[in-house]
Ligand binder design. Structure first.
Ligand code: 3PG
Length: 268
């Protein structure tokens, strides 16, 4: 994908910007705004180019249904404050909207579609749905690195219908990844976390031959702590992950990579 920085004329162009604003929420409070803060340079860049921005994101896993608790409303508010400008949240079904009705005035620069996973077609990577979504903009930009492994309509299928670019965050992430792929310098240690060991297994298997040490933290580490016979109480973990853990240990032994995790735990 070409970077959006390489596109010279964004003046008045409608940019469909896929972001990962999947931040942790407690009611309507955002517990951690990191993902919102990280994306500000992309938004500021597009604003400086006088583009019109249509933000697409998901939050949580509503599974194709409208769930009020998973509205993007609090996220939209937080962005409004950080950018000091109004952002219209479009709660109406976007299929009933035409592109020219998205922005009501010259001054309106950013709108946000409501949680894209409220639509069942999103996770099905539905072609018609992606085609319709594409009619809202002139250009598509993916700056949702942490969603890019999902073959979903607003990430994958949509690129068949619009000129598509990567955003500034994706470029940063890819450059950082080069340090552990093509530009690797040994000895090297990797710290890996997240909640789902099953979705990281292929990454870990790929990293084991390249790294001297892998430190597993976060929810993923709970699976190993449990596997080692410890009580983890109500801590986040995945059922049936023993085979995966055994696979990780076997491969790390074979490749001489040390897997490091907490040996002592306190459960309250
Ligand atoms: C994430 O938080 O990892 C991304 O937003 C992707 O979410 P998902 O695992 O529900 O697809």
């Amino acid at each position: 994908m070409k970077s959006i920085k390489e596109e010279t004329n964004l003046n008045n162009k409608k940019i469909l910007l896929r972001l990962d604003l999947n931040v942790p929420l407690l009611g309507d409070k955002i517990i951690d705004t990191t993902r919102i803060d990280k994306i500000l340079p992309t938004l500021k860049f597009l604003i400086s180019q006088n583009a019109k921005i249509i933000i697409i994101s998901h939050v949580g896993r509503p599974k194709g249904k409208v769930i009020n608790e998973l509205s993007l409303k609090p996220i939209c508010k937080d962005l409004e404050i950080k950018l000091s400008q109004n952002i219209k949240l479009i709660s109406k079904n976007f299929k009933e909207i035409v592109s020219k009705d998205l922005f009501n005035s010259e001054d309106e620069k950013i709108v946000m579609l409501e949680n894209i996973r409220f639509y069942p077609e999103e996770e099905k990577n539905d072609q018609q749905f992606a085609k319709l979504l594409a009619t809202l903009g002139d250009i598509y930009v993916n700056d949702a690195f942490s969603c890019s492994h999902r073959a979903h309509a607003s990430i994958h299928e949509i690129t068949n219908f619009l000129p598509s670019y990567s955003g500034l965050q994706i470029n940063l992430e890819v450059n950082a990844l080069k340090k552990i792929t093509s530009e690797i310098k040994k000895p090297i240690t990797c710290i890996i976390g997240g909640s789902k060991v099953s979705s990281k297994i292929n990454i870990i298997k790929n990293l084991i031959p390249k790294f001297d040490n892998i430190i597993i933290v976060g929810g993923m580490a709970n699976n190993i702590i449990k596997y080692m016979g410890n009580n983890i109480g109500k801590s986040l973990h995945e059922e049936n992950s023993n085979l995966i853990i055994e696979e990780i240990f076997a491969l790390s032994k074979e490749q001489n990579c040390k897997i490091i995790y907490s040996k002592g735990v306190v459960v309250a």
